[in-house]
Design a protein around this ligand. Structure first.
Ligand code: SF4
Ligand code: SF4
Length: 136
C-alpha cells in the first residue's frame, strides 16, 4: 500500500468537519504568527495577545470562543484568518513530532477523519519531512 503513497495528499484530505478547531489543547501562536495575523486583522501585537490569546507556559494559545471553538472559527465552520492561520494549523497533520514518533499519526486520526490510518512509519516520516520543508 505504501508504494502508492507519495505526498501528503495521499494520507490526508481535510473533511472540513471543524473538530481540530475545537476543544482541549489549544492552538499555539508563534511571534511570526502574531505579526501576520495582526496585519491581517489590523491589530497590534499587545492588543492581539490581550484580546485573542491565553497563556500556556511561556507561550500563547488562541483563546476559545463559543462552544469551545477557536475564537477565529465562525458559525459556518470556516477559519476567518485562513490566509494567515498559525503555523500549527497550516502544518496539520504533518507536525514535526511525527518525525520522532510516527506512530502518533494513527492516534491523531482518531480525532481527525481526514487522516488515513495504517501508513508505515518510514513513509510518514518521509512525508512529514517534505511537508515541513515546503512550509518553512
Ligand atoms: S479535524 Fe481533520 S478533517 Fe476535520 S477540519 Fe480538522 S483537519 Fe480537517
Ligand atoms: S486559527 Fe483557524 S484553523 Fe486554526 S484553530 Fe483557529 S479557526 Fe481553526
Amino acid at each position: 500500500m505504501d508504494a502508492e503513497i507519495k505526498t501528503g495528499d495521499d494520507i490526508f484530505v481535510c473533511q472540513l468537519c471543524g473538530e481540530c478547531c475545537n476543544g482541549f489543547g489549544g492552538t499555539y501562536v508563534t511571534h511570526e504568527d502574531i505579526i501576520n495575523i495582526c496585519r491581517f486583522i489590523n491589530s497590534e501585537p499587545d492588543t492581539f495577545i490581550k484580546k485573542y490569546c491565553d497563556p500556556s507556559g511561556s507561550r500563547h494559545v488562541l483563546t476559545r470562543g463559543s462552544a469551545g471553538y477557536c475564537v477565529f472559527f465562525d458559525k459556518n465552520r470556516q477559519c476567518t484568518i485562513h490566509p494567515v492561520k498559525p503555523y500549527m494549523c497550516r502544518a496539520w497533520p504533518f507536525i514535526k513530532t511525527l518525525i520522532k514518533n510516527p506512530e502518533n499519526l494513527d492516534i491523531m486520526a482518531n480525532s481527525c477523519p481526514g487522516i488515513k490510518k495504517g501508513v508505515g512509519h518510514e513513509t510518514i516520516q518521509s512525508i512529514v519531512k517534505k511537508e515541513k520543508d515546503r512550509l518553512e
